[in-house]
Design a binder for this molecule. Structure first.
Ligand code: ARG
Length: 262
């Protein structure tokens, strides 16, 4: 009996030790001796992250910022694409080490994860087919409006819904909503200016207008999310500050956002 208890306790200790190691250390070591850290993202959000149709690679502003930071800190970077709505859970399950997905730092999320300093701010807009009769948020009344599951736009839609009741539809991926709108299955999509531009620049069939409502939160300040208590947060902030100071951040904004693409 005693032996069984000792064996069980040893097993428990091994499990605990494994968990402890995971919570602190990035996931793997690769051949070059560098550790690999895994970034979770949702590659439906150009110019922040999207799949390059020619190379099938995930590219974008967030990817370049993440590459710079991880290189500076001596890690290899692995990127995991998944649904935006599951990213916080993925961090908590430790299946990713950090999340960069145009994600806004807000109070609700900050209860579950830590955030880096803000690295870019977008503004919320409504994306509609060109020529649509929807020209203001009041016109959304009664319309089918798409938002991404778990996003700040889903929360904004709830607020707008109180003023102009609409049919809010929640989708996993922004690119799927854009396709649905092209097929007349959605009348409008709430997203951010930069992402709307990411889609309109490749299509002459889309238009956008700003969500202008002083009583609502229309700014979308983006940060990197890390597990609660992660030692990496301070390191990431250090490199973000360095990037602001040495002009690297401006260069990437110019590359991806101001000029609108590669
Ligand atoms: N900015 C919004 C939020 O933080 C949406 C971000 C969606 N990101 C994405 N990669 N699809 O909730």
């Amino acid at each position: 009996m005693k032996k069984v208890i000792i064996m069980m306790m040893t097993a428990l200790l091994v499990v605990l030790a494994a968990c402890g190691a995971n919570a602190e250390a990035p996931t793997k070591k690769s051949e070059d001796g560098k550790k690999t850290i895994v970034m979770g993202t949702s590659a439906d959000y150009p110019p922040f992250e999207s799949v390059d149709t020619k190379t099938n690679e995930i590219v974008g502003f967030d990817i370049d910022v993440a590459k710079y930071i991880t290189k500076e800190l001596g890690y290899n970077l692995e990127i995991k694409d998944q649904k935006f709505g599951g990213l916080i859970a993925a961090l908590n399950k430790e299946s990713v080490d950090f999340v960069m997905a145009g994600m806004v730092k807000n109070e609700e999320r900050a209860k579950q994860v830590d955030f880096s300093s803000v690295y870019f701010t977008s503004h919320q807009v409504v994306l509609v087919p060109k020529g649509s009769d929807i020209k203001t948020t009041a016109d959304l009344k009664g319309k089918k409006v798409g938002v991404q599951i778990g996003s700040t736009q889903a929360a904004l839609a709830e607020d707008l819904n109180k003023k102009a009741p609409m049919k809010v539809e929640q989708w996993d991926k922004v690119n799927e909503m854009v396709e649905a709108m092209a097929g007349n299955k959605l009348d409008a999509i709430i997203t951010v200016d930069t992402v709307a531009y990411g889609y309109t620049k490749d299509s002459d069939r889309l238009a956008q207008f700003n969500v202008e409502d002083d009583s609502l939160e229309t700014g979308d300040p983006m940060s990197i999310a890390l597990p609660k208590g992660s030692k990496l947060t301070a390191d990431f902030n250090k490199v973000l500050k360095e990037m602001e100071e040495n002009g690297e951040m401006d260069k990437l904004v110019e590359k991806w956002i101001k000029s609108g693409g590669q």
